[in-house]
Design a protein around this ligand. Sequence first.
Ligand code: PBG
Ligand code: ZN
Length: 324
Amino acid sequence: MIDQKLRPRRMRISANMRSMVRETSLSVKDFVYPIFVVPGTNIKEEIPSMPGCYHLSVDKAVEAAQEIDSLGIPSVEVFGLPEYKDEIGSSAWDMNSPVQRAIAAIKKEVPRLMIVGDVCLCQYTSHGHCGQLCGHYVDNDATLKLLQKVAVSQAQSGADIIAPSDMMDGRVAAIREALDENSLTNVSIMSYAVKYASGYYGPFRDAADSSPQFGDRRAYQMDPANAREALKEVDLDIAEGADIIMVKPALAYLDVVRQVRDHIHHPVAVYNVSGEYAMVKAAAAKGWIDEPRIVLETLTSMKRAGADIIITYHAIDAARWLQG
Ligand code: PBG
Ligand code: ZN
């Protein structure tokens, strides 16, 4: 016989009861909103594969930053499309590139907004790989020297947090050393420690014009089948001085997020990537899903899995929905 004294439904009887026993809360303070900065002025062009996201010139990026701040979102992550590309991605550390100018302008106009600089080379190299090539292989140690320059240039422009997304070995230590040598000791490092070679990056690569011109990124990004290896990457990045540890993508890897959360004491970030966003937007446009409901459920699940910080293109919409 089932014991009818045990009734979990008592705890679901009303909205207030449910709110009293709710285990996870989602807040606008959890979000980082990514933006894409382009050369030129007065440009705000919607990205076809990412409806609701825009290519922004520096002046429009500042306007976006003001809106982000006014919604209570604490942070923005800046990606850029450069004016020129070459073999080593030298526009990535050009102080006159859109990213560096946008960081400086946002820091000046909206000083309390935490600015995350994405450090990688794939948007800036003519071949679209995340580092310097030696034949068809990305040369790890040569790339570290370039990443140091990118990180220092972004930090000197005003970035509060440096986020290396290249997956070279030893980049966190190399970047920490370069920042410290330049008296940038208060700039923190959010490492894309666990970054998988994922199909979910497709729309981003359209938006950032950063697809590899040959091959793929499997020789540096992680195999989606691996979780123990994720903990190894996390241990290394913490030993090298990472302040925040990121898992990317988010939704297909929430088991990894939970394992990382239980393994370390550092803040954990997840990146709710472009493909995850595009799928939701496409289904919502078809009228097949309730977008606000799906988005808030998904973001809450990332918190429940253990994320402290969620980098998401839904941040602006979600901030409005959370306000009611
Ligand atoms: C590359 C980079 C990627 C993303 C941001 N920086 C992935 C990649 O192209 O391999 C993906 C972000 C997204 O899909 O939203 N350094
Ligand atoms: Zn890259």
